[in-house]
Design a protein around this ligand. Structure first.
Ligand code: DX5
Ligand code: ZN
Length: 226
């Protein structure tokens, strides 16, 4: 069975304490830190940009997984490389030249990812699977944390078949919790982003719930093979 990686989204963290929140969820068992960048144009919300990602970087011991919900992408690639992003994911819907974007991300020294909105078919990324390290399947319409999970199980299974034996992660983003995690893992996902389901009930002063929340997601996901 594949290892399941849990990537807490700091969109659900305390924005005044990102460094401490990153340390707390890593101590609680997080594998990656997922950093959601929103521009108020590609999605109807604003979060933060490369300067904030750079400030977070020293507090991330493992992989910093940056999800760009912005358009255009290309003018900001170097800034995210400078910020220390390990994975930089662009939406396939964000512009007309996804190959150029993914090649530029690789050329800047990062691992490229491509994300699909819920309404976008798997076929939209068929011709870029050799260029990416990760495909992110959105299970909410991007822009906000805490939304209800949209079931993309057939699309995940189709992408799994399309990816074949390429070393490409399938990441799920939106509404992941212990009830939805098993479905997406069964369909082929191996990276689970979770905001609300990780940070709920805890804080930097009381981070104990984070470990229980992460364990609940991981146990549910791995229960698929039990
Ligand atoms: C949605 C973001 C997600 C989001 C996940 O636009 O890309 O990463 O923060 O949050 P939850 O887990 O609360 O759906
Ligand atoms: Zn995200």
């Amino acid at each position: 069975m594949p290892d399941i990686l849990i990537a807490p989204s700091i969109l659900a963290a305390d924005f005044a304490n990102f460094g401490a929140e990153c340390r707390a969820v890593q101590n609680a068992g997080a594998d990656w830190i997922h950093v959601d960048v929103m521009d108020g144009h590609f999605v109807p919300n604003l979060s933060f940009g490369p300067a904030t990602a750079k400030a977070i970087r020293p507090h991330v011991t493992g992989t910093m997984d940056v999800h760009l919900m912005i358009a255009p992408v290309d003018p900001y690639i170097d800034a995210f490389a400078d910020a220390g992003a390990d994975i930089l994911t662009a939406h396939v819907e964000a512009g007309p030249h996804i190959h150029r974007t993914l090649q530029a991300i690789r050329a800047a020294g990062m691992r490229p990812g491509v994300a699909l909105n819920p309404g976008t078919p798997a076929s939209a990324v068929a011709h870029v699977l050799d260029l990416v390290d990760l495909v992110c399947v959105m299970t909410v319409n991007p822009g906000f944390g805490g939304q209800s999970f949209l079931d993309m199980t057939p699309k995940i299974a189709e992408l799994k078949r399309m990816i074949g034996d390429r070393p490409v992660h399938i990441e799920i983003d939106g509404g992941v919790d212990p009830t939805t995690a098993p479905k997406v893992v069964q369909a082929g996902a191996d990276v689970l982003v979770a905001g609300s389901a990780v940070f709920r009930g805890g804080s930097v002063d009381d981070p104990a719930p984070y470990a229980a929340n992460i364990k609940a997601i991981r146990d549910a996901a791995q229960g698929v093979w039990a």
